[in-house]
Design a protein around this ligand. Structure first.
Ligand SMILES: [Zn+2]
Length: 188
């Protein structure tokens, strides 16, 4: 079963904070609990202000914040990933075909081009209509894919279902970087 994730990441041009700085900030905001789950140290449960720091857009969504079994991954919780030495590009089964920024043609070979870009970051996605060459980092993925080196992952969020508030983003920006967010659906 695919798991939906809201992913927050410092933008490619900015210097990400250290994981320690990031954890301290998320804990002091009560976005996450002060310690991870003892038996599953990659998982942070939602802190007591989580629902004030994330806005759910549907009417009365059902948000489940505790696991039902020892290996439950479908409930809403947080994980940190990175920092990584290079940008990684994250896509999911929700990722839409991007369009050429010049002529708007669909870049239908994006999947193969992205595989090559992962081997060589100079590789571009080339437009079949006008031959414009664009780095995947420069394309508009309409928040259904994205790149970064450090990620706050909010698991159990359907694409577009919830957005971070300024009350969450402002203290993150105060760590010295701009933030972006996107959604992916990945197989468990
Ligand atoms: Zn084009």
């Amino acid at each position: 079963m695919a798991i939906g994730k809201l992913i927050l990441t410092p933008t490619a041009s900015s210097n990400p904070p250290t994981p320690g700085q990031l954890l301290d900030t998320l804990i002091s905001l009560a976005f996450i609990e002060a310690a991870p789950l003892p038996a599953r140290p990659s998982i942070y449960l939602a802190g007591e202000r989580f629902l004030q720091l994330i806005t759910f857009l549907g009417c009365s969504p059902y948000v489940r914040l505790t696991p039902e079994t020892d290996d439950d991954e479908q409930f809403t919780h947080m994980r940190l990933a990175g920092p990584l030495p290079d940008n990684i590009f994250r896509t999911g089964r929700n990722t839409l075909t991007p369009r050429c920024p010049k002529c708007r043609e669909k870049l239908t070979d994006w999947h193969a081009d992205l595989t090559q870009w992962r081997q060589n970051s100079e590789h571009t996605i080339d437009c079949p209509a006008c031959n414009t060459q664009t780095s995947p980092l420069a394309l508009n993925w309409r928040s259904q894919a994205g790149a970064g080196q450090l990620f706050i992952e909010v698991w159990g969020i359907f694409p577009g279902e919830a957005v971070p508030t300024n009350e969450l983003l402002s203290p993150l920006t105060a760590l010295g970087c701009d933030w972006d967010y996107f959604y992916i659906q990945e197989e468990a």
